[in-house]
Design a protein around this ligand. Structure first.
Ligand SMILES: *Cc1c(COP(=O)(O)O)cnc(C)c1O
Length: 339
């Protein structure tokens, strides 16, 4: 039985679902993970996750298909990225198989919370890895917790995509050789204040420039940036301090293989925006958010339109979302069936 939820009006909010997965790392190995109804963690006050930001998280979604089956979109990529984050922060890696199995267990146990096909709503999975155990000095934790919970979330766009405006921040979310490429809470703590400034000025979020020279676009808050040039090339920034978005790499592939476009990962200078006819922000939560305009200092640059979605952006969106919900053939290995 599916829960009686107003799927059309779901936002992106915490909703306590029935089960979450939890596994413990101690003495060099992971425990057998298990499902629990308890959504409260009981951890040492000395946990490194609380003091020194030794933690990482992921985000992916489960999708209900037309035939009632359930898709996960590229969960192996989330597993591999969490392993990369773990290496950067000296945490134990969660094996890919364990990660995917845990995702499946959580979705199956909470199937009632997954929206029917056609509503656009999905089940958002939040895996996280945290350093715990008694500790006070600055060094890696003696113990770790790997857990995954889930929340039903709404379609990002009610009644179709609508462009959003962004503002270039004077702040940085990451340092040139810092942790920008790792999906870790510290980057987000650094982004809260610049994000608040952007929202106070009625922008969707801020755009960060490269922390070394402040001349090139890095990314958009919690999503990667892409632009479509006037001669139809798909361009997205390349930098060691950008979080490597799985959605972005999927769009790079689809732009080339399905739309026949030339794709480029390279520098995107903030003073050369006129080369683009369309631009967007992409990520699991944002899916594709078309960018209406970008405020940079006193200058406001509008791309395709502040109200309408460009043709290429719409095609990319249809292809991506079609694959995720099982309506369009997926490239090999992209879809993992939960049932
Ligand atoms: C998670 C995240 C993204 C989007 O990555 P996806 O894998 O596409 O969900 C983009 N930027 C930042 C900073 C992120 O944390």
């Amino acid at each position: 039985m599916t829960k009686n939820i107003d799927w059309q009006n779901l936002g992106f909010n915490y909703i306590k679902t029935d089960y979450r997965y939890i596994a413990y790392w101690k003495d060099g190995k992971w425990s057998e993970g298990e499902l629990t109804k308890d959504n409260v963690l009981h951890i040492s006050e000395g946990s490194t996750a609380l003091h020194y930001g030794q933690q990482s998280f992921e985000g992916l979604k489960a999708y209900r298909c037309k035939d009632g089956s359930i898709n996960l979109f590229r969960p192996d990529q989330n597993a591999l990225r969490m392993q990369a984050s773990a290496r950067r922060l000296l945490m134990p890696e969660v094996p890919v198989e364990m990660f995917i199995d845990a995702c499946k267990q959580v979705v199956k146990a909470n199937e009632q919370w997954l929206a029917p096909y056609g509503t656009g709503a999905t089940l958002y999975l939040r895996p996280f890895l945290i350093g715990v155990g008694d500790n006070i000095g600055v060094h890696p934790a003696p113990e770790y917790i790997f857990s995954i919970f889930c929340c039903p979330v709404g379609a990002y766009f009610k009644g179709g995509m609508s462009p959003t405006n962004f503002i270039v921040s004077e702040y940085d979310r990451a340092a040139p050789h810092g942790t920008g490429a790792a999906k870790v809470g510290g980057n987000y703590a650094a982004s809260l204040y610049p994000g608040l400034i952007a929202k106070t000025r009625h922008f969707g979020d801020c755009i960060y420039l490269d922390p070394a020279t402040h001349t090139k676009i890095e990314e958009v808050g919690s999503a990667n940036f892409f632009g479509i040039t006037k001669d139809n090339k798909f361009i997205t920034p390349l930098s060691p301090s950008i979080l490597p978005s799985i959605t972005k790499y999927s769009l790079l592939y689809l732009a080339k293989e399905r739309l026949g476009m030339e794709i480029i990962e390279g520098d995107v200078y903030i003073d050369q925006l006129e080369q683009f006819k369309e631009a967007g922000a992409c990520g699991t939560a944002a899916v594709i958010t078309p960018i209406g305009g970008i405020q940079y200092g006193d200058n406001f640059h509008v791309f395709y339109s502040e109200t309408e979605v460009g043709e290429v952006t719409q095609k990319l969106y249809n292809e991506l979302v079609g694959i995720q919900f099982g309506d369009i053939d997926a490239p090999s290995g992209w879809i993992v069936k939960v049932k």
